[in-house]
Design a protein around this ligand. Sequence first.
Ligand code: RIB
Ligand code: CA
Length: 306
Amino acid sequence: MRKVVLDMDPGIDDVLALILALKSPEVQILGITTVAGNAPVEMTSANARRVLKYLGASSIPVAAGAANPLNRPLEDALSYHGPDGLGSCGLPSPRTPLYPAKAWDFLARLVLDAPGEITLVATGPLTNVAHAFELHPELPALLTRVVLMGGAYTLTPYGKGNRTPFAEFNIWQDAEAAHIVFNSGADIFAVGLDVTMDPAACLNSQYLKQIKIRRTPAARLVAQLVEYEVKYHGCCRMHDPIALATLLDASVLDFISAGVEVVVGNDWDRGVTRILFSGGSQSIHVASAVDGPRFLKLFLSRILEE
Ligand code: RIB
Ligand code: CA
């Protein structure tokens, strides 16, 4: 059983990762911290609680975090995820209150109470994580690992940008935060577009038919979210669930170790994540390949079970 904190910006694929985590006995979710990214932080915080309530998991605390990146205003992705950030799935508004602490303080409290026991899975911009590491410099070494969905490392033909031609959305949104986290000394496993944009790891309409057969609450919600992405984007990209899956089956992803430069600032190369094969300040594990069929089999087996 791995103790996990999820820092996320739900967002359709964040919720698919949350459902996968809730349906996986290997993972114990100690808490969720929410950040502005796909949607404003009020919406990502509400979405996390909407989903937890719907799946009978509202005992998991949700602490809200940053409303904007460190150095600039938010540029959300509601045009992709829908006006509610969740594919207009229609889940009722949450009644569960937020945990009474900012995300970075909540994360620090959990880690300092269980040094060396917690894995952080970050699937949104890294603003909260950077705040936490700046306030508590001892935190990176006290986490067992940080698994993050972010970056485009040109390790495969899919490793190109999705927010600009060169940069991935999470890193681009808050490049300064990413620079802090990538140079924090934490044991980082970075899962980028190189693997998450692999067509073999994408849920298409064929899989949707399979999901629709099941009538459990989890399967019904997954079907709604996947259907929205298939309808408006052709298939459902599994960025965040692929990142989480590495905790469930290490063979789903291959990693290389390398230095990574994160480009900050406001030029054309903002948010570029450049592999430094000749070392660099810190070695990062960067996902270099995905076993798409193995991942999809794992995901479907978990969300389709009773
Ligand atoms: O680039 C994809 C990432 O940005 C995913 O985590 C998605 O949810 C958005 O946050
Ligand atoms: Ca996300």
